[in-house]
Design a protein around this ligand. Structure first.
Ligand SMILES: [Zn+2]
Length: 200
């Protein structure tokens, strides 16, 4: 992850808290899955699988990206801020198979500039649930917009989906989603600057 430009004031920290999972239900589901796949969950080699299954889902859903560091104090409004190449892990809502995404976020501060770890927190909060890449990108953009008060926000996500790579078309390849809001929509200099920074 790299931060190209940053500065500014502290804002609220209302990033959606992760829900608690039903651990017992996950254990039962893990066991049922083993049965549904045609194996004996009481066989020695399978005995720990329902617990591991429950543990990994709990860890994924209840993931806490950690405390946000202090944001900086306010700066000029026409400076482009770009945080690029944040690797996120998520699970596809359609297949419940993992995907990962390299996400870049840009915005033009409107008096408020977020700290680096807040970007990561926002991004991870959007990723740690059954998700669709497009919706995840939209959610990140909306939260950044809310936290910064800026309407000029862009998110580019490049994802690799196991549901594409290991089943179905079995074709590894990246899926790109682009969210452009405010000044970025006009594809003017702000947009070009963003794209340029991603290529740098
Ligand atoms: Zn899928």
């Amino acid at each position: 992850m790299r931060l190209t430009t940053a500065t500014a004031s502290d804002t609220d920290d209302r990033v959606t808290a992760a829900p608690a999972v039903d651990y017992e239900q996950l254990m039962l589901t893990g066991r049922s899955l083993v049965v549904a796949l045609g194996y004996d969950p009481d066989d020695e080699s399978w005995r720990e699988t329902p617990r591991r299954f429950a543990d990994s889902w709990r860890e994924f859903i209840e993931f806490d990206p950690g405390v946000v560091d202090t944001a900086f104090d306010g700066l000029a409004s026409d400076q482009l801020v770009v945080v690029s190449d944040m690797r996120l892990w998520s699970v596809c809502q359609h297949h419940l198979l993992p995907f990962w995404c390299d996400v870049s976020i840009a915005y033009v501060p409107n008096g408020v500039v977020l700290g680096l770890s807040k970007f990561a927190r926002v991004a991870h909060a959007a990723a740690h649930k059954p998700q669709l890449q497009e919706r995840m990108s939209e959610e990140i953009a909306t939260t950044i917009q809310r936290l910064t008060g800026s309407t000029d926000v862009a998110v580019i996500a490049r994802g690799q989906h196991l549901c594409m790579a290991m089943r179905g078309v079995r074709t590894p390849g990246s899926v790109t989603s682009v969210v452009l809001r405010g000044a970025f929509r006009n594809k003017d200099h702000v947009y070009s600057e963003f794209v340029q920074k991603l290529r740098a």
